[in-house]
Design a protein around this ligand. Structure first.
Ligand SMILES: *Cc1c(COP(=O)(O)O)cnc(C)c1O
Length: 377
């Protein structure tokens, strides 16, 4: 007799648990700010993508509430059926920010990547994708009728080899600009040089770069990003030429067959863009905090990698990763262990924020001291 349906899933979960690969929710009882309420106490947040703390910025919160009051909570229709003026306003602001002609917003960055990558080139074309690109790009490749070839991480020579191999075909090259789980930066200048030599469509995913590095090169044809990280809101977008954007609103299925981005997210993101452009100091404060944190962790003997706002500590095994996460949690720091299938080798991913105080960074460094022995074992 076949095994009962529920037992099938129970067995799958048991397997994941035994490999220390089971994921569970870590619930906080406050806003996801630089300090959060977790298990009844205040802990320092170092696991979010909220690098500038804009999700709780008073102007951003106010603008989001005002948009909900004017337009209601949900968009309650696809954009091609009913379009709100605030969506146009947000697209105009994002296009100007990215120095492109036009923009289209999606319900998430995931939806933007899936919709754009799956539709931009079709049958007979080739997609060349960095091996560490975000899962949403990978899923877009899977849905595309083009053939995908993966090039070694940030390896320009390998990319050139593949360009030569597929000379004469229509090609899309796609890369994250700052890689989400490693914190390193794509060799954009070198890739642009290849574009001048070989000619292809160049797409960059700016999810972690907005407000941190300037990637507004005219040679980047397609710039995808998210409103859900540095901008503290929710949603995704693609910027490019007017023709390109009009093509996506007629061909990206994750845009066409999904409800438009909600007014609260639009209002919040619009205000966040204004704050980001006005408060230039946010970026400096973030990078200063990264330098301080990195120096503190090096001083206690931890080998941190990554750059910009995303730091990583290699943990070797899933078991060690989870033990470190637990110790840090007990010591008042919220850091998440990242394991397969998100990454090939387990690690702690540590993110600094512009709004972390020195006291909070010191608390974190003291907490990290407690995992030094675990990592050395
Ligand atoms: C987070 C992320 C996305 C997805 O954005 P969401 O708005 O969270 O769906 C896309 N690309 C990269 C590189 C990301 O890190």
């Amino acid at each position: 007799m076949a095994i009962p349906v529920d037992d099938m899933f129970k067995n799958l979960l048991t397997k994941l648990r035994s490999k220390k690969l089971l994921r569970t929710f870590r619930t906080i009882d406050s806003a996801n700010d630089h300090s959060v309420q977790f298990s009844g106490k205040d802990v320092v947040m170092m696991a979010s993508n909220n690098y500038f703390g804009l999700n709780v910025h008073p102007e951003v919160v106010e603008a989001s509430c005002a948009a909900v009051k004017k337009y209601g909570v949900g968009n309650v229709a696809s954009r091609l059926v009913v379009n709100l003026s605030i969506q146009n306003e947000l697209e105009k602001a994002l296009a100007a920010y990215k120095k492109k002609e036009a923009c289209l917003v999606f319900s998430s960055g995931y939806a933007a990547n899936v919709g754009v990558v799956s539709s931009v080139v079709g049958e007979g074309a080739i997609i060349l994708s960095d091996e560490l690109n975000h899962a949403s790009i990978v899923d877009g490749c899977k849905l595309s009728k083009a053939v995908t070839c993966v090039y070694n991480h940030c390896d320009v020579a390998h990319l050139e080899l593949l360009l030569k191999e597929h000379a004469g075909k229509k090609i899309l090259v796609v890369t994250d600009s700052i890689f989400s789980m490693d914190g390193d930066r794509a060799p954009l200048e070198a890739i642009i040089n290849l574009k001048k030599k070989y000619g292809f469509v160049l797409m960059v995913d700016d999810a972690h770069a907005t407000g941190i590095i300037d990637t507004s090169f005219p040679d980047i044809d397609i710039c995808v990003g998210t409103l859900s990280k540095t901008l503290g809101s929710q949603g995704g977008y693609v910027c490019g030429s007017r023709n390109l954007i009009d093509f996506f609103s007629n061909s990206s299925r994750s845009f066409m067959y999904s409800t438009g981005l909600n007014p609260g997210a639009c209002g919040g993101a619009l205000a966040a863009l204004l704050v980001l452009e006005r408060e230039k100091d946010l970026r400096n404060r973030l990078l200063e905090n990264v330098v301080y944190l990195k120096a503190g962790l090096s001083k206690i003997g931890l080998r941190v990698e990554g750059g910009y706002q995303i730091l990583t500590l290699s943990t070797e095994s899933n078991e060690k990763t989870m033990r470190c996460q637990e110790i840090l949690e007990r010591e008042g720091v919220f850091v998440t262990g990242i394991r397969k299938p998100s990454v090939a080798s387990p690690r702690l991913r540590i993110t600094a924020m512009a709004t972390h105080t020195r006291d909070e960074l010191d608390t974190a460094i003291r907490a990290f001291e407690k995992i030094v022995v675990v990592l050395a074992q």
